[in-house]
Design a protein around this ligand. Structure first.
Ligand SMILES: [Zn+2]
Length: 296
């Protein structure tokens, strides 16, 4: 992991998992933007910052996925820092069992409670929402980036760097993960249009870092979502159960899925199916005791 200056007081700690953003205040305390996936990386963050004499004032969590808030507990314990998140993401951060619960729809089997899905719990100290917000005496603009998760937020630092969390994924990451994870597809489309209107800013992606060609990356993400939507529309020409839909998507996209991946993929496909049903393009019904989806 290495500390890189992006512009002015805005930095990033980059690693091969999700990157962590950082804004340095004048008193050498800093705001982390997300906290990385686990305690090990969080300890590394504290060591790197400690070498420069920097301390952590707070963590702004874009959302509650484990690779973004897995370092919260350790950092909060070590530096007694604040944690800021949207109301809905705060609920997940405070009660991390809700992530595997929402994928499994009941108390999850142990398989789904590993650190990749379920981070250690931490305590959000301030609920924050969209708009210009005072954070430690400095104004930041907070954006609603709902879509990838139900309450994801972005943050624009005073240097004009927009940290977009997982609302956009870089090209090389898309090649590795050709089925994007979304919780609310309709909101994701709205978020991408809102981001397009901000493309004069410098964007920083949690998976992919700083990008220059913002409209191209937005188009690329659109392409991946529309491709998945068209695949599902094609599959649903014939009534299918959810297992049949999953099997077909995995085959058509040549995905490699273990049991953990299966649940994540199912959650994302469920978002696409909600969108198709709520837009009036598909229906859900029971037949011969099977739950089926079909185009309308
Ligand atoms: Zn995420």
């Amino acid at each position: 992991m290495k500390l890189q200056q992006i512009k002015g007081s805005t930095y990033a700690l980059e690693s091969d998992t999700a990157a962590i953003g950082l804004y340095l205040f004048e008193d050498r305390s800093c705001l982390l933007i997300d906290s990385g996936p686990n305690q090990k990386q969080a300890a590394e963050v504290l060591q790197i910052l400690g070498e420069s004499g920097w301390v952590i004032w707070g963590i702004f969590n874009t959302h509650a996925h484990a690779d973004h808030c897995g370092g919260n507990q350790y950092i909060q314990k070590e530096q007694h820092c604040q944690i800021l998140a949207s109301e809905i993401e705060a609920t997940f951060i405070n009660h991390p069992i809700l992530t595997p619960y929402s994928m499994y729809s009941a108390h999850p089997i142990k398989l789904l409670t590993g650190k990749f899905l379920m981070p250690a719990p931490s305590q959000v100290s301030r609920i924050i929402g969209p708009g210009v917000q005072d954070i430690n005496g400095i104004e930041f603009e907070i954006l609603d980036l709902t879509g990838h998760s139900l309450g994801q937020l972005g943050i624009i630092t005073p240097d004009g760097i927009l940290f977009v969390g997982d609302s956009l994924i870089a090209q090389n990451e898309l090649e590795l993960n050709p089925f994007l994870y979304v919780s609310d597809l309709g909101k994701q489309f709205e978020t991408m249009e809102m981001l397009r209107a901000k493309s004069h800013l410098s964007f920083y992606l949690s998976h992919g870092g700083e990008i220059e060609n913002v409209p191209d990356i937005i188009d690329l993400n659109y392409g991946v979502l529309n491709d998945a939507l068209h695949i599902l529309e094609d599959i649903l020409r014939k009534p299918c159960t959810r297992e049949e839909i999953m099997r077909e998507v995995i085959a058509r996209k040549s995905l490699q899925v273990n049991r953990n991946h299966y649940f994540r993929l199912w959650a994302s496909i469920s978002a696409f199916l909600s969108y198709l049903c709520d837009e009036g393009q598909a229906i859900i019904y029971t037949e011969d005791n099977y739950l089926k989806f079909s185009l309308k």
